[in-house]
Design a protein around this ligand. Sequence first.
Ligand code: SAH
Length: 414
Amino acid sequence: MATETRTPFEEQRSARPQVRPRTEGWTQAQDSEGRPLLQFASPKRGKPPEHLADLTVEERVAKVQELGLPGFRAKQLSTHYFTHHTSDPERMTDLPAAQREQLVAGMLPPLLTETRRLATDKGDTIKFLWKLHDGALVESVLMRYPGRITLCVSSQAGCGMNCPFCATGQQGLTRNMSTAEIIEQIVRANAAIAAGELGGDPRKGGKDRVDAERVTNIVFMGMGEPLANYKRVMDAVRTMVAPQPHGLGMSARGITISTVGLVPAIKKLADENIPITFALSLHAPDDELRDELIPVNSRWKADEAIDAAYEYYAKTGRRVSIEYALIKDMNDHAWRADLLADKLNARGKGWVHVNPIPLNPTPGSVWTSSEPHVQDEFVRRLNAAGVPTTLRDTRGKEIDGACGQLAAADETDV
Ligand code: SAH
């Protein structure tokens, strides 16, 4: 009998419905060669003004000197910016009054204009909408958790990776953000925290609780594909970890870079020697589905992306994360949990953990998140197979600040 020759995977495959982006009416935009449309190059637009945070320590000194002032002023400006989160000349009383305006105009030009802010009821999550110098819009999301404060930052205005379930992916790429535009999101979040604007319970005393009231963790899970804006993102990471006053003095371990799976860039990242956390947005272990769900799978297949993630672990010793948005009847089948576990275990033990997250449906989305019992079963199977797996929470849903919901529409545009 035919059924006797079926593999267990096939057996289970037939038991559950299988929806796909295409069957649900999604049409994949294509390039001139008929391949899924992906935008790697940033469209040309006017460059954002050059800012202290775009420059190395030496370049900052040189630029201050170009402005006709002694080089040591660069360090004072850096302290104001990175340590005291201010670009306000009025507050820079250690600088000669006559030179402040000029120094600030030349070194700390405005980069982000806050155009809207949304907060959850408890106030422990804030979504900022920023307008860039050319009118492009980006968002960041600030979240207080017990013992840490996380900022979800954007690395591009829009995104060129075209993932059908992601609000930003559906916008297309407006442009890459500059290093300083990436950093400024953190500085502005720190300013908001210092002003007491982030609700929730501030951390209390204790010797490991110094610096409590600053952003402690960064996730590159806002708008954009960070590895498609590699150089600026890495320069920003270097400034995040540079000790104060030359940088933000953050711990690299608290910084997570998440990617759709740009394999050559993952390999480069592994050689950077900065102990950041690496996350791969896999979302399907099989190419059949991943080809549709993550259009970049047309360039680098699921196995190549998993191999690159493993290589990251092998080179850095840092455990990597696999992200997996659970979409009802799309990628949440038990056989996929088993296949994922098999593929991860085939490469080794203890090198990876899986972070499923229930899909946050985007406006107009035909897909929904998996049923809770299906989510639980997915997680259970991976854990049972020895792959540490924890369901991620979906903070900020009610303010459209959850993963994949960042679309950056201005009130005036909608
Ligand atoms: N370009 C990067 C960062 C994007 S956002 C990347 O793809 O990894 C960070 C995570 O949110 C990614 O894993 C992304 O796939 C996921 N995501 C996107 N849309 C989502 C949605 N609607 N619901 C849940 N997660 C989503």
